[in-house]
Write a protein that binds this ligand. Structure first.
Ligand SMILES: CC(C)(COP(=O)(O)OP(=O)(O)OC[C@H]1O[C@@H](n2cnc3c(N)ncnc32)[C@H](O)[C@@H]1OP(=O)(O)O)[C@@H](O)C(=O)NCCC(=O)NCCS
Length: 377
């Protein structure tokens, strides 16, 4: 992956080429051996005026004439690209595939980025009426507080933990630890969510190489296997949901992924979850079955999701601390889990990590994709 953050000295094509070339070098695979490219990007048209992204990337990386396919599922574009590429390799259609995710968001104002991101929700019923993404997640936060007594301090604890992990990640956008007071005193964005409850606007890219496991073993003595990948959908508009305190798509995708992988939530050692807002991490750790509904805030406050605790959640720093270049996030999650399972997690290494998981959400939960990975050496 590239360093996430404000990358004013690199355009979209430089970012994805940096990540893609590094992934190919890391896997020891020259360009001639790549059979296909799958790329996740959410809003390159609105953000930098560039569509037809994957053809551009294949060309810039010298990979022509392989098929290059763009996958779009809002902030889950990267995770869905990973799953699509996984299916292509698992089916035998392609042998060696590069999967990338990229977004270049900081060339526009926060207002313009907010409008571009708002297209992931229901444009006509939500964004048009002022319901931006911070506003939609603020509704979920209020309802979780009302139903389960979750507090603003418990949400703030998510940000403190994720910034602490990001401080150990050289690729992260924010590399300083923060305190509970910093979060609580930061400006209100959409009550009760404050600046420090939000993921930032970021530039960045990530890439991984997928191939059949027996072949991967010829290239590395530390292969990581994707054992399951599942995806689900829900209504775009929050108003049509039965509940504001669960993401049904996450629950359905997770149930399926656990079943396909033959594991249960307590088997997972390390998980990258979609914490676009602090409340989103609380919803995720409940919906993924790590904690009972309503107990995610308390569990976070008590340190049960910290590095090397009951379950290490968002060791990369998550979207909150590592940054959230939307199309790149799902692939970055896979990169972080691969590093953790290979023992390459540096100062944020989870001890004896054997099973890892990624959880990537599009919009306010209209798409969710969950992938289970394990060490295969
Ligand atoms: C929260 C948000 C509105 C803040 O934007 P903003 O008010 O324009 O903030 P600015 O860019 O002026 O930044 C002000 C400062 O806060 C910092 N900052 C900005 N966003 C931050 C965040 N989310 N977390 C921590 N610090 C942040 C900036 O680095 C800057 O610091 P500096 O003064 O030391 O340089 C913006 O980050 C945002 O919209 N986030 C949500 C993105 C989103 O919805 N993603 C999709 C989710 S589904």
């Amino acid at each position: 992956m590239t360093k996430f953050g404000e990358r004013w000295n690199a355009g979209l094509r430089e970012l994805i080429a940096e990540a893609g070339v590094n992934a190919m070098k890391d896997a020891g695979i020259p360009g001639e051996q790549i059979d296909a490219l799958y790329g996740g990007t959410m809003a390159s048209g609105s953000l930098i005026g560039q569509e037809h992204i994957t053809a551009l990337i294949a060309d810039y990386m010298g990979l022509n004439p392989i098929p290059a396919t763009r996958v779009e599922a809002a902030c889950a574009s990267g995770g869905v690209a990973l799953r699509t590429a996984y299916m292509a390799v698992a089916s035998g259609l392609h042998d060696t595939v590069v999967v990338g995710g990229v977004e270049k968001m900081t060339d526009v104002s926060t207002g313009d980025a907010t409008i571009a991101l708002g297209g992931a929700g229901d444009q006509e019923w939500e964004l048009f009426n002022g319901a931006t993404f911070p506003a939609l997640y603020a509704l979920a936060a209020r309802r979780h507080m009302f139903e389960y007594g979750t507090t603003e301090e418990q949400m703030a604890a998510v940000a403190v933990k994720n910034h602490a992990n990001a401080a150990k990640n050289p690729f992260a956008q924010f590399t300083k630890e923060i305190t509970l007071e910093t979060v609580m005193n930061s400006k209100v964005i959409a009550d009760p969510l404050k600046l420090m409850d939000c993921s930032p606007i970021s530039d960045g890219a990530a890439a991984v190489i997928l191939m059949p496991l027996d072949k991967a073993k010829e290239h590395t003595d530390k292969p990581v296997e994707i054992v399951a990948s599942a995806q689900a959908s829900d209504t775009l508009a929050l108003q049509s949901r039965k509940s504001l305190t669960s993401l049904r798509a996450t629950q359905v995708a997770a149930e399926k992924a656990y079943r396909l992988a033959g594991i249960k939530p307590s088997d997972v050692n390390v998980c990258e979850v979609h914490d676009c807002f602090t409340i989103a991490e609380i919803l995720a750790i409940e919906d993924l079955g790590f904690f009972k509904k309503g107990e995610g805030g308390k569990a976070t406050e008590e340190g049960e999701t910290a590095l090397n605790s009951r379950i290490s959640v968002n060791t990369s720093g998550g979207l909150k601390g590592c940054g959230h270049p939307v199309g790149a996030t799902g692939v970055k999650q896979a990169v972080e889990i691969a590093w953790q399972l290979r023992g390459d997690g540096g100062r944020r290494q989870v001890k004896d990590a054997r099973i890892g998981m990624t959880h990537n959400v599009g919009g306010s939960g209209a798409t969710a994709v969950v992938s289970v990975m394990r060490r295969a050496d």
